[in-house]
Design a protein around this ligand. Structure first.
Ligand SMILES: Cc1ncc(COP(=O)(O)O)c(C=O)c1O
Length: 470
């Protein structure tokens, strides 16, 4: 493709994108293909000579969309949504055109300064105090890994990176049993080991038991371990489990431990004042992650990582070989020193477009609607004699199961798995299953940017119709 043809092909891509967004309602939500269906349509080897853009675009249109799960579909009720509001998509196109590598201020001054401003806009939007600074990581997994590395280095007096972990006391990190697997993975990658993530059980409100936490820390100290930090859960993945943030942070302060709050999904909802009691006490945390790419509407890879004392993060992650030094420019922010990656995309642009195009009020009303519509569906299912609500809505997430008659637990588990699969094969909606207190449950979560109330009504009809045909 010649540079001179850029406009022509970019127009075709825009036309395709516009038609795609406009036709989502009529498509199945989850991809309906089988494993291997797409790979067998792709040439086994790369071409030696260039092909025409016409045939490349034709193949894209013929092969790829039917092999995709449609994450922007208004009836995507599975996992947590990964939104891409139209204004954010435009920003992504522009960022791709600039194709900047935003590792240092010098390599991308506007991207760096916009990032500082956007993280601060977001801080104000969710009501965090001004002392929090931040950075846009690709994902919450990276932010949490950075936080766990910070806990490790802080506990080892900043010597772990240099000396390694051998011969050091065994570091312990604490989290509720309902936290996301990204915390476990961060323990593996940080070299701390799964066994040193101490999982604290939760009470009837699904919050970490503080007494058990205190005891675990005391027992560990007595046994010669080195407690380093606590990961606090706000809006867990399975059913929205949430710790009492203020109380957990108070224990951390007494024990001189670092706290990191995982609010990857629920954090976006904190733009609504009335929802903030959910993370009451969060101002005492050392760091926090929330994903605007989950519920706020920013395109994928936009994870806001707030840190009260960025110096701790930079001391953990900054590395400055000669080629990365920006001589004579001390005091500048180089965001690659605040995360795992060296090379980084221009992420702030999509947040700037998003917040300006919809305004905080527009974003709030979407979140409030999602919560109200999820509650509506929950109420309708509760009224059906053969359905059980297993966990009540936490924000826009609840779990339920189909429980006709008096079947044994194992039969109900199998029946609910069949129901999820049948619903996803049907294509009108997309749901995922989870496990709660030993039983298989179905998760339902609203949050797609452009969904409407009628989408949960369609979900209700589909669930009842398909369940009763099983
Ligand atoms: C509560 C929670 N934390 C962390 C993550 C990991 O997020 P990411 O995909 O941005 O790494 C998820 C993903 O759904 C999550 O639900």
């Amino acid at each position: 493709m010649k540079k001179s043809e850029f406009e022509q092909w970019s127009a075709r891509a825009t036309k395709w994108s516009t038609e795609y967004i406009g036709s989502l309602n009529d498509k199945p939500v989850r991809a309906q293909c089988q494993p291997g269906d797409i790979a067998k349509l792709i040439d086994v080897s790369p071409p030696e000579t260039g092909e025409s853009m016409d045939s490349i675009m034709d193949d894209f249109e013929d092969i790829i969309p039917d092999g995709m799960t449609n994450w922007q579909h208004p009836r995507f009720f599975a996992y947590f949504q990964s939104n891409s509001a139209p204004a954010s998509m435009i920003a992504e196109q522009l960022a791709t055109t600039l194709a900047a590598q935003c590792m240092l201020w010098q390599t991308s001054p506007a991207a760096t300064e916009l990032e500082t401003c956007m993280v601060d806009w977001l801080r104000q939007a969710v009501g965090l105090p001004g002392e929090f600074k931040g950075v846009l990581q690709d994902t919450a997994s990276s932010a949490t890994l950075a936080a766990i590395l910070t806990m490790r280095e802080r506990a080892l007096n900043w010597e772990g990176n240099q000396k390694g972990l051998s011969g050091q006391p065994r570091i312990r990190i604490y989290a509720s049993s309902r936290t996301h697997s990204s915390i476990d993975k961060a323990m593996w990658i940080a070299g701390l080991g799964q066994d040193n993530l101490v999982k604290i059980s939760t009470d009837e409100q699904f919050a970490l038991k503080e007494d058990e936490l205190r005891k675990a820390i005391a027992d560990d100290r007595a046994a010669g371990y080195l407690p380093a930090g606590i990961v606090v859960c706000v809006g867990g993945t399975s059913m929205g489990a949430t710790d009492r943030v203020g109380e957990v942070c108070a224990i951390a302060q007494e024990e001189n431990l670092y706290t990191h709050v995982d609010a990857a999904w629920a954090g976006s909802a904190m733009i609504c004042d009335e929802l903030r009691p959910m993370w009451q006490g969060v101002e005492a945390a050392d760091s926090l992650v929330l994903n605007p790419h989950k519920w706020l509407g920013a395109s994928m890879e936009c994870s806001a990582h707030f840190i009260k004392d960025p110096e701790t993060l930079v001391k953990t992650l900054a590395i400055q070989p000669e080629y990365l030094k920006t001589h004579g420019k001390d005091g500048l922010v180089n965001y690659s020193e605040w995360g795992i990656q060296l090379g980084r995309r221009f992420r702030a642009l999509k947040l700037w477009f998003l917040m300006r195009a919809y305004g905080l009020d527009g974003l709030r009303s979407r979140i409030r609607n999602h919560i109200a519509w999820s509650e509506k569906l929950c109420k309708r299912l509760r009224a059906e004699p053969d359905f059980q609500i297993v966990t009540d809505p936490i924000l826009s997430l609840f779990t339920f199961r189909y429980a006709p008659g008096s079947s044994a637990q194992s039969e109900l588990d199998e029946l609910n798995l069949r129901l999820v699969n049948a619903l996803n094969d049907d294509g009108r909606i997309y749901l995922t299953q989870s496990e709660h207190e030993g039983m298989r449950v179905i998760r339902f979560v609203t949050g797609q940017f452009d969904m409407e109330e009628r989408d949960v009504d369609i979900a209700f009809d589909a669930i009842l119709e398909i369940a009763r045909k099983l």
